[in-house]
Design a protein around this ligand. Sequence first.
Ligand code: PGA
Length: 235
Amino acid sequence: MRKFIGLNWKMNPATLREAKELAFVSRGIKKHEVVLFPPFPFIPVASKSGMKIGAQNFSIEKNGAHTGEISLSMLKSVGARYALVGHSERRTHFGETDVLVSKKFSASILAQVTPVLCVGEPWEIRKKGIRLAEAYIKRQIASVRIKTNNFIIAYEPVWAIGTGRACSPSDAVKMAEVIRGKMKDERLKIIYGGSVDARNIKAFLDEKEIDGVLVGGASSDIKKLRKLVATLNNA
Ligand code: PGA
């Protein structure tokens, strides 16, 4: 089954030459819908490679005196059709609150850029039990104003991001069910992210309840990416 595969390069790679190579290798994934989330300077080149593009971040402002910020219309004009909203690295390292996440979510819907709303509980919550983790996720989702079903939810437990310690596919399925139950929308795409790589990607994609994955580290390291692509093509 065709699934959504988001490749979030984060603040990688260092050069345009490497970015071109990553985009080229990613094009090798034919069986799924692939969206690249490159850093801003590499969006045009990634877009030219024929891949679908998403932004890792954007400003809620439309234009004007906001030095260093990037608007949704700029991103659209260079080919971005998706945008990450509420990624845990932005919540944790850049002080993005639920209020800002909610504003970003609404701004991207208004601009017709599909938001990929990232939610996920930190380890301090998860270690106290799955019920608390579920409540945490429900609260994060409740903090955005939902008026359409044209968005994606990425369940990304914070403790699984960049740690090599992925959530088990069965636990990810359970959380996807909780999210779907809350949203009451059968068509909503729910994807999983957090240490997805060539070894475990198939197990996530094989789950009916999981509509795709968001891959970080394994998508911006050329060797790991080649392995990921090979695994998907052999599946
Ligand atoms: P990771 O990142 O695959 O490196 O854990 C996932 C993400 O941040 O979306």
